[in-house]
Design a protein around this ligand. Sequence first.
Ligand code: XIL
Length: 380
Amino acid sequence: MSLTRRQFLQQTAATATLSALPLTAQNQHPGSQPGTPAPGSLKSVSRNLPVGCCVAARILRTDAAYTALVKQQASILVAETEMKFGPLRPTPTTFFFDDADYLAHFAQSNNMLLRGHNFVWHRQLPSWFATYVTPANAQQVLVNHINTVAGRYKGRIHSWDVVNEAIQVSDNLPGGLRNSPWQKVLPGYIDIAFRTARRADPHALLTYNDYGIEAEDEASAKKRAAVLALVRGMQERNVPIDAVGIQSHLTAGPNHTYAAVPGQLAGGGEGPALAKFMADIQSLGLKIMLTEMDVNDRDLPADIPTRDRAVADLYASYLHTTLANPAVVALLTWGITDKYTWLNHEGARKDSLPERCLPFDADLKPTPAFFAELNALQGK
Ligand code: XIL
C-alpha cells in the first residue's frame, strides 16, 4: 500500500511542478502596477515542495484578482471551511457537496494538489450534532461521514486531516485529549476515524493536525509531548497514520518565541524545541506538513513598516528551521491575502486595524512576508 501512495505522490507532485508557469509568463501579477517587476511565484521556486494556501469557493467564484493570484502562487490548496463536518452536513441524513466539489474541480483543472480538511473537529459541527449524535449512533455517524466524503474525493486528495485539534491538555483527560463533542460520545473516535479513512481512500496521506505546538513555551512543550504520545500510541495499536500537520498559527512580538536560529535561544546549544519535536516525528517514519501558517500582528504597534518587518522576520526564522527537516512535504498559509484573513475576525487587533499576516496584503501586493517565504523556499 505504501508503494502505491508513494507513486501517487510522485505522480501528483510531478504534475504540479510541470504546471508551474515560467516566471516570465507571470508578469501580470494582479497587485503590480504596469512595469513593476514580477515578485515571483512561490510555486515556481518551490520545485520539490508543494506550497499553497487555504481558499474559499465563495471568493474564487466572485473575485477574479484573488483567483489569479491563487493560480499564480499555489501548487496545493485546502478548503478553508467547505470540507468540514458542519458545512457538508445540513441534516443528519444529507450532504451538501456543491462548494467542496467546486474546490476539487478548481484544484484539478489547475493541476494543483488538494488537502482534505477535516473529518473530525470540535468546531464547525452542525447544530443538529448535539441532539442527534449519541453514544449509541456516534460510530455509525462518523464512519458513514468518512466513507461518503473520502469516497467521493478518493484518489484526488493529497492528504486528509483526519482528526483536527484533538489535544487540549488543560481539559485534564488522559493523554491530554480534548473533552470535545466527539470524545464525549465516542471515546475511541481517533482510531476509528483513521482506520475508516485508510479504507475509504488508501492513497491520501492520513494526517493528525494541531496548533499550539510551535512555541518555545511551557504550554507548547506539554502539547508537543501529548501529540507525540498520541501518534506513538496510534502506531503501537497499528492505527494507520502518515503525517503530522503543524498548523503554524504564530504571533509576532517579544512575548512569543518560536523556532529561532539555533544558538539564539535562551538555554542555547540544543536548538529550538520545535526542531526536536519534528525530528521525533520524522524518526517515527511520519511526514510533516506546515498546514495553516500565518503570523498575527496583534501585539505590535500600528505602524505598518514595523509590523511588516516583525512578521517577515518570523516567517523567515520559522521557515528556516522547519523547512530544514526533510520530512516536510507541504507548506500552506491560511489564506494568501490579508483581504480575507480569518484573523480579522478571530484574535483581531485591539485597535481594529486590519491584520498584515499573510504573503499578500489586502490590495494583493506582496508583503515582506512574501519575500521571506520566497527566500526560505529557495534555501536563502
Ligand atoms: C477557521 C476559518 O478560517 C474560519 O473562517 C472559520 O470560521 C473557523 O475556522 N484551525 C483550523 C482551521 O484547523 O480550520 C480554522 O479555520 C483556523 C484554526
